[in-house]
Design a protein around this ligand. Sequence first.
Ligand code: PSV
Ligand code: MN
Length: 430
Amino acid sequence: MSTSPLPQDRIDGHNAPRRAALMEDYEALGRALSRRSVDIGKIKNTVASFTIATPSWATGRGGTRFAKFAIPGEPTNIHEKLEDCAVVHQLCRAAPRVSLHFPWDAASDYRGLREEAGALGLGFDAVNSNTFQDQPGQAHSYRNGSLSATDPAVREQAIAHNIACIDIGKTLGSRALTVWVGDGTNFPGQQDFTRSLDRYVSAASSIYAALPADWQMLLEHKMFEPAFYSTVISDWGSSLMAAQELGPKAKCLVDLGHHAPNVNIEQIVARLRRVGRLGGFHFNDSKYGDDDLDSGSINPHQLFLIFNELAEAAASARDAFEPAYMIDQSHNVTDPIESLLSSTEAIVSAFAKAALVDRGALHEAQDANDAMMAFQVLRNAYRVDVSPIVAMARLEAGGAIDVLALYRESAWRDRKAQTRNAVGPGTGIV
Ligand code: PSV
Ligand code: MN
């Protein structure tokens, strides 16, 4: 039995007075697109099939290394986090899976948790391990690294934790383990670049050996933080090297905030795709570094260009291509549910715009070395206001036409503030 957090008649009641205007906008856009020989219905169906995972850790108020300002009604445990993710999915109908992080989301009964999520209309995405923090009662510290630590006992502990995450994931119905380590250095000479990567790959191979046949191991690179001179898996080159050494189930995960400033991320996406190692994404946006800002809030054009590469890859599939799409953001000044709703809308819109790119015309212009026309093909898709398509896909799936308006009308956070435990002030990113 489904236990959707918001009554469906509230959503229907919200949609009723907005339906005619949406229909008008959708039909007008449909006429404009048909002049370009684009069938809006087909684009809408493609958009309706696109889904993304929400991270459990982004449902609570985020923070910086300086402070965290809690809000009344934020979730304090995995059950409440699932409830909030269910609200996001119920309204936008594009976020049916949740990605858990261990031990942050530790529970006593994972079979029960899977049922609980199922009843809320949710499933589970990749499980994430955490060897970048020490946990109470842990035998060895990750102060000097985890999978690449010089101490074999630390590496063994980190391997065991990752294998424990796989075991939990099997019960939850996950199909991937995402591994991001904080390993790295703050001083030139602190560690040997080669030997630390050797240790990482050797430890990661023990985790890889524990993967079920139909699982993937997603290696997430990050150029800096918490280590500020070097990190062990610093960029897509190191990530790809490690994935290729590990085996075919190892793929690279691209977090949009984990690159040097101004790096051409869309080209990285195309490169990883070319060698069949593009495993997935952590979507967010950034101005300076790993800012974890809301997707599309700073550079929506980059998001579009990334999806353009993905659409290109899907159109010329070399092999099965199913990247894991996920959000990874820190919501420091907003209600996290509102940020997740607005970010999902931005991501789905970028996907929709990429679906509008006239690939034949693009290839023709590229082959003729017509730079201006090639660019105009992209521009013509980018400037289309796809919001009627995205809203129509959402409406037809039972979601809300105006997700933020309905969320505010529902007073969800205020109601939760009456029943959920208060979170004290704190520091830290989650
Ligand atoms: C690291 O900055 C990261 O992007 C990884 O995905 C972690 O698992 C996540 O953030 C934790 O907030
Ligand atoms: Mn990430």
